[in-house]
Design a protein. Structure first.
Length: 88
């Protein structure tokens, strides 16, 4: 299990699924997960990805409405998360 990963949160479940499809079409790695409790978001789904996938996934979002997503860096220590909201 990764101790450090990125998490995109969305304003709606529909938008999360739309971005996941775009990501898969572009053959980028990432997985939809339940939004970690430490991250506040209006949608219960998030997209988890690793550092090596960040440029591709962020590039994919250049076309998307960035006001609809929030980027976090998640640091997992044992059973807790530390979430840092990142600016675009």
């Amino acid at each position: 299990m990764e101790k450090l990963f990125y998490c995109l949160t969305f304003d709606s479940t529909h938008y999360a699924i739309k971005i996941e499809k775009r990501m898969k079409d572009a053959e980028l790695k990432g997985v939809i997960i339940p939004t970690p409790r430490e991250v506040s978001a209006s949608c219960g789904l998030s997209l988890k990805f690793l550092e090596e996938d960040k440029p591709g996934i962020i590039g994919l979002l250049e076309e998307a409405d960035r006001e609809r997503v929030t980027l976090y860096l998640i640091d997992r220590r044992e059973s807790t998360y530390q979430a840092e909201k990142l600016e675009w």
